[in-house]
Design a protein around this ligand. Structure first.
Ligand SMILES: Nc1ncnc2c1ncn2[C@@H]1O[C@H](COP(=O)(O)OP(=O)(O)OP(=O)(O)O)[C@@H](O)[C@H]1O
Length: 257
């Protein structure tokens, strides 16, 4: 007898989303345990708005969102005016366990330190979060979601502010979390990153259309050209295709303003 398929962590059915006007034709997709979905599309297509809608920050305009998992959301930017330490920020991920007006218990601190350790940040634990670089802050906010034991992680451009080594760290972390059953949705402007780790892809195109399916099927040079207007070379890599932009640099011309 074949094993029944794992219950999805998230299902979108004919979801229309936007702040007022719909940003895309209705979208249907699902994310199962251990799967990584990459969302790509040019600036302003609605990637962040879609994540905000999945996270419950925005209401859907129509259609259904079925969430079957504890969701951890890592926004593109997180700032605070208060002097929180890095450990304080990560402990915020344990809000459900700690409870209102209670102090963190040793197991909460242990979970927070473990999450920091996974990202190589334990030495920053006592530092003022506001005084970290943008990339370090981004990693701390990922640690916050891990400390909360998210079963489905929403990551908005998680590698955008990171140096090359840390991009590799975050992509590897996504792979190892997925191997343990965590579902991941991430947005990116790097087809290479999506090609390396994503099982599935949602590619938002001009004209409110989008393509959804396996990453291999969706992230083709032709589809990416339609999305971005930039030629992409698909180079065979160790374990997957490497999608590299072939930028045409036009010298001697200034963009019209
Ligand atoms: N707070 C807001 N209020 C009103 N409109 C907004 C707001 N945030 C975004 N928008 C609009 O919604 C549209 C989609 O924005 P969104 O940030 O979701 O796009 P995106 O694909 O994530 O873009 P990027 O790649 O630049 O991050 C844009 O037209 C943007 O101007």
């Amino acid at each position: 007898m074949t094993k029944p398929a794992a219950r999805p962590l998230l299902t979108l059915r004919n979801l229309a989303f936007g702040r007022g006007e719909a940003l895309s034709a209705p979208i249907s997709l699902e994310v199962s345990p251990g799967k990584i979905l990459a969302i790509l599309g040019s600036n302003g297509r609605g990637k962040t708005t879609l994540l905000d809608t999945i996270a419950g920050i925005l209401h859907p305009l129509s259609g259904d969102i079925c969430r079957y998992a504890r969701i951890g959301f890592v926004p593109q930017q997180f700032s605070t005016t208060l002097a929180y330490s890095v450990l304080d920020i990560v402990l915020m991920g344990r809000a459900r366990e700690i409870g209102t007006f209670e102090l963190p218990k040793p197991e909460d601190e242990a979970a927070a330190m473990k999450a920091l350790h996974r990202l190589g940040l334990e030495e920053l634990a006592e530092r003022d979060f506001r005084r970290l670089s943008g990339g370090q802050q981004q990693l701390v906010v990922i640690a916050r979601a891990l400390a909360g034991g998210a079963e489905l992680l929403l990551l908005d451009e998680p590698t955008a502010a990171l140096d090359l080594k840390r991009q590799e760290t975050v992509l590897s972390l996504m792979e190892s979390l997925a191997a343990r059953g965590t579902g991941i949705i991430f947005t990116t402007h790097e087809p290479l990153h999506a090609g390396l780790v994503a099982d599935d892809a949602l590619l938002m195109l001009p004209g409110e259309q989008s393509l959804y399916g396996s990453a291999d099927e969706i992230l083709t040079p032709e589809n990416l050209f339609e999305a971005y207007g930039v030629r992409i070379d698909a180079v065979a890599g160790k374990a997957s295709r490497r999608l590299i932009p072939d930028f045409e640099i036009k010298r001697g011309t200034l963009p019209q303003t």
